[in-house]
Design a protein around this ligand. Structure first.
Ligand code: ATP
Ligand code: MG
Length: 473
């Protein structure tokens, strides 16, 4: 049979001008439900009841959007998603619908290239909105995706370089990283310790047109004021005792590439003035010299301090802050993207198992729950260290709870996080729900009664945070 033969055109709703949406699901009832959800959406709906016909459709007349039913975690549906993403590239948006109660199904769908994932029936009503958003992608996002095409392995849409992350906040960040890489604008990266700021800085370089040029890093907190100045700008022969020859500074070393100024908040005042001048005029003089040097160096800076606050306190120049903060990238803390924890844990366990010649590839149920519930004050670095240590200690083929060195008890860390002011309402809500669930042994019904909210709200929130497995019964 012609592979395209089994495409059923929903004749009444197919219209040439409307955006085309292809629904792929081998279960007739699920398909019908999806079509029903899209009625009134002003789209042309097409249906494919199996993967081969859908794939044929993608390579001949690609739709703008594909909605894939993953059923109860069917592996072939995930394989189809991955393959379809490869064929469709970045021009088609993919929405995966999972009917499994395991959050891993959604994580896996993101990993295989879905742009959005929804779990049915809980989030069925959200489909309408997600479809609209997927079809109304702003021009910038499309541009970023086009740029991404040649650079990014489409099978690993959740990954740029070594930056893993499928949580929507990380996807937004990676989109911004790609957009930033395309320009030569100065970039300021904010984020708590261990969130991956250095990886992000490296990605801004490697995804840019300057990637063949040098990527030079300088930690501004590690050097005394005078040393920092000559490190950055270089010096002439005889500029100071011990300056036997002329030496190029980091700005010159990074000519044609990127200079990463780490811990930029620590730059002393005198050097701030010189850096500001470089950002305004792209030129400087070496220490002890009069010759004006001009270089084509792009600046990417990072800080784990609140730079705006330092400006208010008069400790950082306001004009320099604005010159640095042309493109701002905020790397979210790990506790704000819990669904990334299993992805990262999985990656690190494989890596450290290989390095240690061990055959560990998974975690026990209790270990996974502990990883998910832990607030990770040291972010990805702490997770990476914890997994490395666990792999070394682990005797079996699975990492057990006992192997994991979790430095704070959750209670202690939670109270650190809950300093008010300083936390978001979402964090307060999360804290209240998780602590209550913990206290009642994981029963959403009991927790809902204590919190005065519906059981459904609890389940919805847990899904949202990738913690559905926290709830029992
Ligand atoms: N999204 C990620 N995917 C994979 N590895 C990550 C990710 N984020 C961070 N890491 C790893 O975690 C460690 C810490 O990351 P990095 O050094 O970039 O953090 P940082 O924000 O610069 O921290 P600090 O403020 O302490 O300098 C590194 O080993 C890095 O490779
Ligand atoms: Mg760093």
């Amino acid at each position: 049979m012609d592979a395209r033969g089994s495409i059923v055109h929903a004749a009444a709703i197919v219209e040439a001008k409307k955006p085309h949406v292809l629904i792929v699901d081998d279960d007739p009832d699920s398909r019908e439900e999806l079509v029903h959800q899209l009625v009134g959406q002003n789209v042309a709906v097409e249906i494919a009841d199996d993967a081969p016909s859908a794939l044929a459709r993608l390579s001949t007349e690609p739709p703008q959007l594909v909605v894939i039913g993953l059923g109860h975690g069917k592996p072939h549906a995930l394989e189809f998603l991955e393959r379809a993403r490869q064929i469709g590239g970045a021009h088609i948006a993919f929405i995966a619908i999972s009917r499994s109660s395991h959050p891993e199904a959604l994580v896996e769908a993101f990993r295989r290239g879905a742009d959005h994932c929804l779990s049915f029936p809980e989030q069925a009503e959200a489909l309408f909105m997600v479809v609209r958003r997927a079809l109304e992608k702003p021009a910038l996002a499309r541009e970023v995706e086009r740029a991404r095409e040649g650079i990014l392995d489409p099978a690993a849409a959740a990954q740029i370089g070594m930056i893993l992350g499928a949580h929507p906040s990380m996807q937004r960040l990676l989109d911004k990283v790609m957009a930033a890489a395309l320009s030569r604008a100065t970039v300021l990266i904010h984020g708590e310790t261990g969130t991956g700021k250095e990886l992000v800085a490296a990605a801004v370089h490697t995804k840019s047109k300057r990637s063949a040029g040098p990527f030079v890093r300088l930690n501004c907190s590690a050097l005394a004021e005078t040393v920092l100045e000559s490190e950055l700008f270089g010096h002439e022969k005889g500029a100071f005792t011990g300056a036997a020859t002329r030496r190029k500074g980091r700005f010159e070393q990074a000519d044609g590439g990127t200079l990463f100024l780490d811990e930029v908040s620590e730059i002393p005042h005198s050097v701030q003035v010189k850096l500001l001048r470089f950002l305004q005029e792209r030129q400087f003089e070496r220490v002890g010299g009069n010759e004006t040097v001009q270089v084509d160096t792009r600046i990417v800076a990072a800080t784990n301090k609140n730079l705006q606050k330092l400006v208010e306190d008069g400790r950082f120049r306001e004009d320099l802050y604005y010159r640095l903060n042309v493109v701002r990238l905020d790397v979210p803390p790990l506790r704000a993207r819990p669904s990334d924890v299993p992805i990262l844990a999985d990656h690190f366990v494989r890596r450290f198992a290989a390095e240690n010649d061990k055959t560990i590839s998974s975690f026990s149920e209790r270990a996974v729950n502990a990883l998910l519930a832990y607030p990770w004050p040291g972010n990805v670095r702490e997770l990476q260290n914890a997994i490395e240590q666990a792999v070394v200690l682990c005797r079996g083929e699975q990492v057990e709870l006992e192997d994991l060195p979790l430095s704070h008890t959750p209670n202690e860390a939670d109270s650190i996080r809950l300093m008010v002011p300083g936390v978001t309402l979402e964090e307060v809500e999360r804290f209240a729900i998780l602590r209550t669930l913990d206290a009642v042994g994981g029963s959403p019904t009991k927790a809902a009664a204590i919190l005065g909210i519906s059981r459904r709200t609890i389940q919805y929130r847990l899904q949202e945070w990738g913690l559905a497995r926290m709830a029992k019964g």
